[in-house]
Design a protein around this ligand. Structure first.
Ligand code: HEM
Length: 156
């Protein structure tokens, strides 16, 4: 089923595969850039907008780095490598998100923006499903904040 979301469970091992190279081949550099621009335009209007730089130039830089990352992730040219700081692509990406307090609600908002973006992208649904499987799973590794019991109010 397309665009299924399963909840993040704290401490659970997350298995994922990088998206198929065919996703990058279908869109090309310009297509990936267009997709990321549309995705971040949605993020900018979403509940998670405050996580991101409000300065236009800085925001453009985030969009650009995302494009480079996703192209390399999908088996395209290694154009994100210079940002890796001696880590693997996925390990580096988890580390970047550790600087932010990301909970399940933020993850769902991020995925919602991505779902809308993919729905508006004209390409084979099988490729979109494959890409979705990666973001749905990998996004669990960006969640680093879970609901806590309050020792004064047990029903929270
Ligand atoms: C599949 C899941 C995700 C992927 C692949 C992903 C990918 C990326 C990439 C490539 C960058 C730019 C890295 C760089 O600066 O070199 C980034 C930055 C960031 N992402 Fe994600 N992301 C994911 C999920 C999320 C989620 C759920 C949130 C929730 C709020 C989030 C928030 C951020 C923030 C705040 C930044 C930093 C922006 C800045 O530089 O100020 N990401 N992400």
């Amino acid at each position: 089923m397309s665009y299924e979301v399963t909840p993040t469970v704290e401490g659970e091992k997350v298995e994922f595969s990088n998206p198929a190279q065919a996703f990058y081949e279908a869109l090309g550099y310009e297509g990936m850039m267009d997709m990321m621009n549309r995705f971040y335009d949605k993020v900018f209007e979403s509940e998670i907008a405050t996580f991101f730089p409000q300065d236009e130039q800085e925001f453009e830089a985030v969009k650009h780095k995302n494009t480079l990352f996703f192209i390399q992730l999908c088996g395209g040219p290694k154009i994100y490598d210079e940002h890796l700081q001696d880590k693997g692509l996925n390990e580096h990406m988890i580390k970047i998100h550790e600087d932010f307090t990301i909970n399940e609600k933020s993850r769902l908002e991020w995925l919602g923006c991505m779902q809308e973006t993919l729905e508006e992208t004209d390409m084979d649904q099988t490729l979109k499903d494959n890409f979705w499987e990666y973001v749905e799973r990998f996004s669990k590794l960006t969640v680093n904040t879970f609901p806590q019991e309050c020792r004064y109010v047990s029903s929270l």
